[in-house]
Design a protein around this ligand. Structure first.
Ligand SMILES: Nc1ncnc2c1ncn2[C@@H]1O[C@H](COP(=O)(O)OP(=O)(O)OP(=O)(O)O)[C@@H](O)[C@H]1O
Ligand SMILES: [Mg+2]
Length: 371
């Protein structure tokens, strides 16, 4: 186990700034998940921590020790890549043993450690096979086994499951949760998968354009995204985002007029006249006869336990997606109406920053919809 901190860490590739000066502090044994749009610098940050890239500036410490210029092998960490990067000519056992061989560990210790991790990852029956005789999930388990065989204090994982099919991803996701509990290692995990981020993370780091936008427990980021980039990065299907303008403000919040003229209440503080992006998640839209989010059903996605309807014809404001129970029948073209509790409505300014919420007198949200 080890804490990891980066201070003003930055990376430029020629004219490209892959990572703006970034500071981040990861605690001992924490499971941190990094999310963000493609190209925002997730892999760069991980590779800098691993020592696979030289930083342009800044400092990295592991357990208080400055490792900024320490070679990867001496940082006490291991990395798992999206491409498993196994040696094709070596058996599973030899692949797993490789880091220990390089470290010149005694033969008996190597055998014991390989057997131990193989057992933990259910690879024992496969030890004499070569990688090409393995399924994708088995290969990834071998690459994880190889990464943990030296008992790294920090495990870095860059989209480790993205080459696997849906079912296997779910199994491996559970595997990572178990592994984290078992190893007690500090884990830094990059993914595009919402479920992986929400379920595995102690804290999520949302990155955008080479910067860290927000860091926090998954539900904090889900409930109170600090910016549009975070609102977009967390939740699936994503938050509905509609352009509007604040028309009125009172003690309970603000009224926002959308581009198609409809008015929406938000328990948020913003000055009248401010142009805003209004955000509301599909699961926070409630079917209501007087709901202001209305339109003909353009698309209906039935997922089983729940469904999503896409409502069209909102002028320039775009489509609105709402969640419905799985047994709800819907006809294409039918007009549906939804409302949202003001506490569930987010407002973002032109700079993308979220406006502050109106302080809630009670910790529980109102039990009935409020107009
Ligand atoms: N070796 C390199 N040389 C030049 N530019 C690079 C290099 N590596 C990364 N970049 C650039 O740095 C930026 C960040 O890249 P990075 O790989 O960290 O993104 P990412 O968040 O991991 O994206 P993805 O989700 O697609 O994996 C991108 O604009 C990328 O093109
Ligand atoms: Mg990447």
């Amino acid at each position: 186990m080890a804490s990891v901190t980066v201070e003003d860490l930055a990376k430029r590739f020629g004219a490209v700034t892959a990572l703006q000066p970034t500071s981040l502090s990861i605690e001992d044994g924490e499971f941190v998940v990094i999310v963000g749009a493609s190209g925002c610098g997730k892999s760069t940050l991980l590779r800098l921590i691993a020592g696979l890239e030289e930083p342009s500036s800044g400092r990295i410490t592991i357990d208080g020790r400055d490792v900024t210029h320490v070679v990867p092998a001496d940082r006490g960490l291991a990395m798992v890549f999206q491409s498993y990067a196994l040696y094709p000519h070596l058996t599973v056992a030899e692949n797993i043993a490789f880091p220990l061989k390089v470290a010149k560990r005694p033969r008996a210790e190597i055998a014991a450690r390989v057997n131990e991790v193989a057992k933990a990852l259910e690879l024992t029956p496969l030890l004499s096979r070569r990688p090409r005789a393995l399924s994708g999930g088995q290969r990834q388990r071998v690459s994880i086994a190889r990464a943990i065989v030296r008992r790294p204090r920090v495990l870095l994982l860059d989209e480790p499951l993205s080459n696997l099919d849906a079912e296997l991803r779910v199994r491996m996701r559970h595997e990572f949760a178990r592994l984290h509990a078992q190893l007690q290692a500090t884990m830094i995990y990059v993914t595009h998968d919402q479920l992986e981020a929400m379920t595995l993370a102690n804290r999520i780091v949302v990155m955008n354009a080479g910067r860290v936008e927000q860091v926090g427990p998954p539900l904090d980021l889900y409930d109170a995204p600090a910016s549009l980039a975070v609102a977009r990065a967390i939740g699936s299907p994503g938050m509905n985002l509609l352009a509007g303008r604040v028309t009125d403000t009172d003690a309970d919040g603000t009224t926002v007029q959308l581009e198609d003229g409809t008015e929406v209440r938000a328990a948020v503080r913003a000055e009248p006249g401010t142009s805003v992006t209004l955000g509301v998640r599909p699961e926070h839209l409630l079917p209501r006869d007087d709901g202001v989010f209305a339109g003909p059903v353009e698309l209906f996605e039935r997922l089983g336990p729940l469904s999503f309807v896409h409502l069209g014809a909102r002028g320039s404001s775009g489509t609105v997606v709402a969640q419905l129970p799985g047994d709800r029948r819907v006809m294409l073209g039918e007009t549906l109406r939804f409302g949202a509790e003001p506490t569930r409505v987010h407002l973002f300014g032109d700079d993308g920053a979220a406006f502050a919420r109106v302080a809630q007198p009670f910790t529980l949200p109102p039990s009935r919809p409020v107009m």
